[in-house]
Design a protein around this ligand. Structure first.
Ligand code: SAM
Length: 211
């Protein structure tokens, strides 16, 4: 299945001319089929989001590629991912960051993602069960922050949890569609630097929906 992961990165390479070679290389090392439900394994190397149980999904490979590529200037540092689901993005990120801190609000997914991460050799990732809409203050500051669930607006707690010069990517918008906005922290404030259209499951929690 590793050869399938390599084929998938060849497809991404064609889709994105301004590709990050480092993200493509990391994605080629991670077997995506490990992270999807048994009935969906044959679709694991297509560019589709797929069910992972509890009404949640593993994001499309192209979306994971764009999220991680946006953080390239801070590779090597500490990453926070809120909404780690199956653990796929975190496993790819483990090859790009020194440490990866994940928060996931569905206990079953916390447990299965820990197994998936071990199976794919991602030893520098920790997954905490709980509401990650306000980040993970005990491990702050982070060099990079990624939210894999859509928020109604930028969670304010992120500003203090991002180090100066750090990058944060968060899908912001309505429940059915969002803009994935990347901010850089400059002189204590967040400056918007790029964005793309996306559609994530909702961020449920204190600084998300129904909070
Ligand atoms: N990157 C993930 C992957 O590779 O599988 C994608 C996960 S899915 C698109 C989004 C996840 O966010 C879901 O598993 C959902 O339970 C989780 N989530 C939603 N709100 C959350 C919150 N407040 N704290 C932590 N996790 C949350």
């Amino acid at each position: 299945m590793i050869s399938k992961a390599i084929e998938m990165t060849v497809m991404l390479d064609r889709l994105f001319p301004d590709r990050s070679a480092r993200v493509l290389s990391a994605m080629s090392e991670v077997q995506r089929d490990v992270f999807v439900d048994p009935g969906w394994k044959r679709m694991a190397y297509t560019d589709r989001s797929l069910p992972i149980g509890h009404g949640q999904t593993i994001s499309k490979p192209a979306t994971v590629f764009r999220m991680l590529s946006a953080l390239e200037p801070v590779f090597g540092g500490k990453l926070l991912e809120t909404g780690s689901g199956s653990g796929y993005l975190a496993s790819v990120a483990s090859r790009l960051f020194s440490r990866v801190f994940c928060v996931e609000r569905i206990l079953d997914l916390v447990e299965s993602s820990r197994t998936n991460l071990l199976r794919t050799g991602a030893g520098n990732v920790v997954v905490r069960y709980g509401d990650g809409s306000s980040g993970w203050v005990e491990h702050a500051p982070f060099d990079g922050i990624l939210f894999s669930a859509g928020a109604p607006e930028l969670p304010v707690s992120l500003v203090s949890q991002l180090r100066e010069g750090g990058l944060a990517g968060v899908p912001v918008g309505i429940k059915s569609s969002q803009e994935f906005v990347v901010w850089k922290k400059v002189e204590g404030k967040l400056e918007r630097i790029s964005s793309f259209t996306c559609s994530f499951v909702p961020l449920i929690g204190k600084e998300g929906w129904n909070g």
